[in-house]
Design a protein around this ligand. Structure first.
Ligand code: NAP
Length: 496
């Protein structure tokens, strides 16, 4: 259960969290580490070093961490966890973009040949290059040490290459862990189990049986304090290039030969490379761009994106895309993806809509089957099946659609106490994998680049056709064009 430790002859594990006082660290990373500690997944001799420029001292830093963990996990936190966890942590006030930070860190670390170091860079990507250079110069980038980096990996293909090249100089690909936190979610991992742990779906998992697929990631919140960052990126770069395309890959990939990192990622990258390019010729009929205007969302009145920004903006806060995969399995099955801010509900869900019966002996009463995989807010899977409506009628048999439902929360009541098990933070899985050197749930460089290649084509087509975002009132499901995108295909609608 625990990671390796020096006490059994292995190197001593060290987790260096650069950006240890930042927002991501406080909301996600420290709580994840603390809960891994509580559940016995951290090696007893794991040291954790927090790095930031702020000279707050270790005591103040660990107090803040304690509050952040308490706030995030609440009553799941056991009394003794924090006192044990705090003892692992040292805070270093260092400017990681400054030349001598690697040497100062090295002085703190001791004999580096006896250490197994994970560097987690929870800082702006503009710092990846100087930080990696200093790590390398200080002799800290040698195997088995590895680096974990967060999105955004660039703003397009060209900038992602610059970031990847600067990291690659210090850490080879097998020791570069690119996080897409969706891959750490329990239900996203369950997609692999559902598809490749059951034989019932595979014969139907193709264009012959599936009419279309919908993938939705809906957020009720607006851009809030991230406006500066968001205005540069928009929904297509912030959400679609990474999270939505990763979900699409898991749904559409061929069965891998093994559950090893390269076998999985080889199949995912083939999907990305098979996406049909969207160009100026079809961008108007294959995509919808929206920007939230005044309205009411997440329980609050919303002034609208441009009003929040204080100036006009061409940034989309909503995007919907009809994607097509050019291979034998999927040719002819559209995959509709959409994501946006200030939508009416917070949800992540996948709809697999099967085709109608080739010949219905029940007339129009027989609806096509539908598999709904809900990832957020509840985790459940339901398959809509046609049944005989109970009772007698003088005209004979009537049909009724019923759901065969699997609530994952209820099914996996871990303690047997009737309470749902604690929902793990996605970063727990990913940090544990990074500590164990398992990169299967991290994104490989060729995946990032294939995703950007496709997305860059869409952004270029928007520019070439002067396609601006359409306003949608905050609290609604995106602009009218998003509904037209799917309705154009005849009888199809979003699963709202
Ligand atoms: P943040 O709140 O601005 O925190 C940045 C952290 O880095 C702070 O601890 C800051 O402390 C430290 N830092 C900045 N410059 C430094 C330097 N030169 N040397 C050492 N430490 C330095 O940023 P964040 O929101 O946590 O985001 C971190 C990364 O995660 C970014 O790449 C972001 O895009 C990504 N990300 C964040 C989220 C999120 O929800 N926050 C989600 C997805 C991805 P000092 O100022 O004291 O140095």
């Amino acid at each position: 259960m625990s990671a390796s430790s020096a006490s059994n002859g292995a190197r001593q594990p060290v987790f260096v969290l650069v950006g240890g006082t930042g927002d991501l660290a406080m909301r996600m990373l420290w709580p994840s580490l603390a809960m891994l500690d509580q559940d016995g997944f951290l090696s007893s001799d794991l040291r954790i070093i927090s790095v930031a420029r702020e000279d707050c001292g270790t005591d103040v830093c660990v107090d803040r961490i304690g509050e952040a963990v308490q706030k995030r996990v609440g009553e799941s936190l056991e009394a003794e966890t924090l006192s044990r966890f705090r003892k692992r942590i040292v805070h270093l006030a260092l400017d990681a973009a400054h030349d001598d930070w690697g040497d100062k860190l090295k002085a703190e670390l001791g004999d580096i040949d006896k250490l197994d170091i994970v560097f987690f860079l929870s800082v702006s990507p503009s710092l990846f290059k100087p930080i990696c250079e200093h790590i390398e110069r200080a002799g800290l980038s040698k195997a088995p040490n590895r680096v974990v980096i967060e999105k955004p990996i660039g703003r397009d293909l060209a900038t992602s290459k610059i970031i990847n090249d600067s990291v690659a100089h210090a850490f080879d690909e097998s020791r570069t862990f690119r996080i897409d936190h969706y891959l750490g979610k329990e239900t996203v991992q369950n997609l692999i189990a559902l598809r490749f742990g059951n034989i019932v779906f595979e014969p139907l998992w193709n264009a012959q049986s599936i009419d279309h697929i919908q993938i939705t990631i809906a957020e009720t919140v607006g851009v809030g304090e991230r406006l500066g960052y968001y205005d540069e990126y928009g929904a297509i770069r912030d959400m679609l290039q990474n999270h939505l395309l990763q979900l699409l890959c898991l749904l559409a990939m061929e069965p891998p030969s093994a559950i090893t990192s390269d076998a999985l990622r080889d199949e995912k990258v083939k999907v990305l490379r098979s996406l049909k390019p969207i160009t100026a010729e079809n961008v108007q009929t294959s995509t919808a761009r929206g920007q939230y205007g005044p309205g009411f969302a997440d329980g609050h009145p919303i002034a609208g994106y441009e009003a929040e920004k204080g100036s006009p903006s061409n940034t989309e806060t909503f995007v919907a895309i009809k994607a097509e995969i050019a291979n034998w399995r999927w040719a002819g099955t559209p995959i509709y993806m959409r994501t946006g801010k200030c939508l009416p509900s917070r949800s992540t869900e996948i709809v697999i809509q099967f085709k109608p019966l080739p010949h219905s002996i029940f007339g129009a009463e027989a609806h096509a089957n539908r598999l709904l995989i809900r990832l957020q807010p509840d985790e459940d899977i339901s398959l809509t099946l046609m049944n005989k409506a109970p009772g007698l009628t003088s005209e004979g048999m009537h049909l009724q659609a019923l759901d065969l439902s699997l609530s994952l929360i209820k099914a996996f009541d871990g303690n047997g106490d009737g309470k749902p098990p604690r929902r793990r933070i996605a970063y727990e899985r990913l940090i544990l994998d990074a500590l164990n050197g398992n990169n299967a749930q991290f994104v490989r460089r060729d995946e990032v680049e294939a995703a950007w290649t496709w997305v860059d084509g869409i952004v270029q087509a928007w520019t070439d056709t002067h396609m601006k975002p359409q306003m949608y009132p905050a609290g609604t499901f995106g602009p009218v064009s998003a509904f037209r995108l799917i309705e154009r295909e005849g009888g199809r609608t979003w699963n709202d």
